[in-house]
Design a protein. Structure first.
Length: 220
């Protein structure tokens, strides 16, 4: 009787199999973690939406209860909204330092509305001393992140030379982008600015806009 030779599992084969299993486990763990994070994000988005409805209805305590809990967990949207509550004194005693802290936490995570709110705060000097340089910094981040108000104020600051050297061509670029995104005052600002610009400036503005849009706002 002839028998097929028994396959021998060498140490190298066992090691390869072990590596394959470990890789599979790591992949499955990564996928599972992503699913859990996605599910948590969906739940937190729904909670944020309900808190926003409560805020709009004037139920600031309910909004505060939800947003404070989510903010402490690191939710950037809730952190921004906590900044709004403290800056307006809704549901809490107005506290400019607390508002700034929450806006900063959210903005540091890349939340565009918080970056825009910091730009507004430094531009207007409402919860911090007025500082056009800081306003320009935060508006730049918000504008590149797609916030139309930040885009408009970048245009305004460049047109007026606030916090940065005056640059009509770049101002025109940002006003144009804000107008494309539907910002209400951008068209009128463009018309006013164009009356003061040379053809050379207008040509440069067109070139800057092309580069900016082609880079998805990263090279503006």
């Amino acid at each position: 009787m002839h028998y097929l030779p028994r396959l021998r599992t060498t140490a190298a084969t066992r090691q390869t199999k072990g590596q394959t299993v470990n890789t599979l486990i790591r992949t499955m763990t990564t996928v599972l973690a992503a699913i859990i994070l996605s599910a948590c994000s969906v739940v937190q988005d729904a909670e944020n939406d309900r808190a926003k409805q409560a805020y709009r209805a004037g139920d600031y305590q309910q909004a505060l209860a939800t947003w404070s809990r989510l903010a402490e967990k690191g939710n950037a949207r809730a952190q921004n909204n906590m900044g709004v509550l403290y800056s307006e004194g809704h549901g809490v005693e107005r506290d400019d330092d607390a508002a700034l802290e929450w806006f900063m936490k959210s903005a540091d995570q890349g939340f565009v509305l918080a970056q825009a709110n910091l730009g507004d705060s430094y531009f207007n000097g409402d919860i911090v001393p007025q500082d056009y340089g800081q306003a320009a910094y935060w508006y730049t981040l918000g504008a590149r992140g797609g916030d139309s108000e930040s885009q408009y104020y970048m245009g305004k600051m460049l047109a007026d030379g606030l916090g940065m050297p005056r640059d009509p061509a770049r101002a025109h670029m940002w006003y144009s982008i804000a107008a494309m995104n539907g910002y209400e005052d951008a068209d009128a600002a463009l018309e006013n600015l164009e009356t003061t610009m040379s053809q050379q400036d207008l040509n440069r503005a067109e070139a800057l806009l092309s580069v900016c849009m082609g880079s998805a706002l990263t090279a503006c």
